[in-house]
Design a protein around this ligand. Structure first.
Ligand code: SF4
Ligand code: SF4
Length: 301
């Protein structure tokens, strides 16, 4: 092994930093959380809300479908007949007791899908914690939206920009039954404070990004970053040229490394062949010598 090979072997641990070095020149993706938060996607599954109609009536009819479909068994609902004098919901019954245990909820949104009246939907809030088990069980009084149709902001919850908006994003993205034929068709009732919400953006042209806060996939997939995170020189056409150059350099290096490896392998094979031939020749010579050597005197046994 030559001197250079020895040095290469000694420094081979630097290969472990390859990924780190590669990322040194890339735009930074980290944020100063929790002071600075990344905007959440419209379909983010967070803390639930119980919605009301525009006239203030509760949407929940106490049918218990959400509780039945919940895979974590964390919803407890009890329905009661509406009092004829002051009905709580437009239906025959209303949700008298409604509880969600957040120690169990996995935010799968099956309850949202199952609900026939869009009563239960989810906000984007996921930053909340408790100091005891009882606090983890949200009651109807906590889940029900306020008189302006906004989720109630409880003291132990960390609500930030627009977390309380788009509370029905998931329902509006999938309704009804996820059929593509109905994409963009409004099939849901109005909500207190918001009226009839626009459909969440999809793959068709029928989208209202300003109203729904939706970003088209093609806008985020190229870099996986929000625009504000990308330096000006890395955006648009300049960004494409920059990424193209980086990629060309990377490929050039990979090619050079592959060539070098191939060369070394060839040299090793050639050296092995020479050694084998040399060894074969030596053994052949030894055999020849043995066969031509004069026989010694026979020894009588
Ligand atoms: S989101 Fe899923 S786990 Fe949570 S309450 Fe709804 S159905 Fe249950
Ligand atoms: S939230 Fe919906 S599914 Fe659950 S009990 Fe109320 S109406 Fe039924």
């Amino acid at each position: 092994m030559g001197f250079l090979d020895g040095v290469k072997d000694e420094l081979s641990f630097l290969g472990g930093f390859k990924l780190t070095f590669e990322h040194l020149t890339r735009p930074r993706v980290t944020r100063q959380y929790p002071e600075e938060k990344k905007p959440k996607q419209p379909r983010q599954h967070g803390r639930h809300v119980l919605n009301r109609y525009e006239d203030g009536m509760e949407k929940c009819i106490g049918c218990e479908l959400c509780a039945g479909v919940c895979p974590a068994d964390c919803i407890y609902v009890r329905g009661l007949d509406n009092p004829p004098d002051h009905p709580v919901s437009p239906g025959e019954r209303y949700g008298y007791v409604y509880e969600i245990n957040y120690l169990r909820c996995i935010h799968c949104d099956l309850c949202v899908e199952a609900c026939p009246t869009e009563a239960i939907t989810e906000s984007k809030l996921f930053e909340f914690s408790f100091t005891n088990r009882a606090d983890a069980i949200y009651t109807k009084a906590e889940l029900l939206v306020d008189d302006a149709g906004k989720p109630q902001k409880l003291p132990w919850e960390d609500w930030r920009d627009a977390d309380e908006l788009h509370t029905s994003g998931w329902m509006r993205a999938t309704s009804p039954s996820g059929s593509a034929a109905y994409e963009g068709e409004v099939q849901w009732s109005a909500e207190l404070g918001y009226g009839v919400r626009p459909p969440e953006g999809g793959q068709s042209g029928r989208r209202d990004d300003a109203a729904t806060g939706t970003k088209a996939l093609r806008d985020v997939l190229e870099t996986h970053l929000l625009d504000e995170d990308i330096p000006l020189d890395h955006r648009g056409m300049r960004g494409r040229i920059w990424r193209g150059k980086l990629s060309a350099e990377r490929h050039k290096k990979q090619l050079e490394a592959a060539r070098q490896r191939h060369k070394e392998a060839k040299a090793t094979r050639a050296a092995d062949k020479t050694t084998t031939r040399g060894a074969d020749k030596t053994s052949e010579d030894a055999v020849d010598e043995a066969s031509t050597a004069p026989a010694g005197p026979e020894v009588d046994s």
